[in-house]
Design a protein around this ligand. Sequence first.
Ligand SMILES: Cc1cc2nc3c(=O)[nH]c(=O)nc-3n(C[C@H](O)[C@H](O)[C@H](O)COP(=O)(O)OP(=O)(O)OC[C@H]3O[C@@H](n4cnc5c(N)ncnc54)[C@H](O)[C@@H]3O)c2cc1C
Length: 400
Amino acid sequence: MNADVIIVGAGPSGLCLARALSGQGLGITLIEKQSLQEISEPSFDGREIALTQESARLMKELGLWSNIEPHAISQLRDAKILNGHSNFSMNIPHQLGRHQELGWLISNHLIREAAFKSVQQANNEHHDITILTDQKVTNVSANNEIAVVNLEGGIELKAQLIIAADSRFSDTRRMMGIAAEMHDFGKNMLVCCMSHEKPHEHIAWEWFDYGQTLALLPMNPDPVTGEYRSSVVITVGSHEIKLLMEKSAEEFSQEVTKRFMSRLGIMRLISTRHSYPLVSVYPKNLVASRFATIGDAAVGMHPVTAHGFNFGLLGVNTLSREIIHAKQAGLDIGDTKLLLRYQRKHRAQTRPLFLITRLITDIYTKESHPAKLLRKLLIHAGENLRPLKRVIALSLSGSK
Ligand SMILES: Cc1cc2nc3c(=O)[nH]c(=O)nc-3n(C[C@H](O)[C@H](O)[C@H](O)COP(=O)(O)OP(=O)(O)OC[C@H]3O[C@@H](n4cnc5c(N)ncnc54)[C@H](O)[C@@H]3O)c2cc1C
């Protein structure tokens, strides 16, 4: 046996799982197709990740939080939902939750960097994690006794359990014959960082406008200039995204100021622009014989409800607890019953919001006259329905 656990993919979920399993007497091998430099010093990828209070707690437990500079952690105090060209909004104040803020915002590349550091810190102490970079997995297979991973260079590795953390388009999930329900929204998201004249007051916006969906995620002011900053997300068709990506920085800034109807004053592009296709994925099974999926490989969320990595951390927590418990009890860590327990728990904590997210995006991207009327009615009714707003606040903060 080359390892007890092989994790495929050193993205934030794979790294967090390796960190969570370290120090338990398990040999962990992490396989990543990118280079060591790409995973240890990841570059800015445009994503500002909204984190629940529960994710903040888990990131503290795993040692990631203290690896991130405090100024890079922004408060997501309140949220508001807008519809069409109206100024009316459904407001979700933090007072409906249990904290001073609904959640937090951190750039994805900083989360990845912090996760890599925390793996290194754990490994310096326990010497139980092997990271193989520049290695693409070409096949995985398993039977009742053993799980096998084949790498591009012809290397074969054996373990008790393989965990796929290799993105929503997981090749290893497919190699294990697990089908997935995939929904292509036919749209792309453009993400970038922009400064603006008016303060955001740490309020996140989700704006279901006509012909586009806009989101604004409040960041701390620029440490040098003091300018107000936000992460901007524009969801439109891929051709329109291409045109936006091709514009000069100045033209783009003018265009976004117009798209936001100057509600934040003049906006200015201050980062590179990145585009992502909008495809949500939910596998038919999260586990197979000596095989489990975590992170986006287990649940590929639509980012509108900002739960992809939050669910990734919940999965890491659930699965690592099961594995550690089995190890401590001297049981098989690849046992089918253990994996099925993880599947049941993780489905229960992710499937309802996955389905609700689909429903919200379906309703709020329809543009017929009756649909516009329904959208308006729902926003107005929602603003007056305190119990509904409380549910949204608790979901955003990850509270039960
Ligand atoms: C625009 C946008 C905004 C988002 N906003 C939020 C948010 O506000 N809140 C939130 O919680 N989530 C958000 N998310 C989701 C979040 O970014 C993802 O859930 C998270 O990054 C997934 O991490 P992961 O480790 O599961 O997968 P990934 O980050 O996709 O990492 C997978 C890793 O596996 C490696 N790999 C793939 N195939 C192989 C192979 N065959 N062999 C070896 N290695 C392989 C890849 O190189 C990569 O390093 C957002 C996503 C997008 C696109």
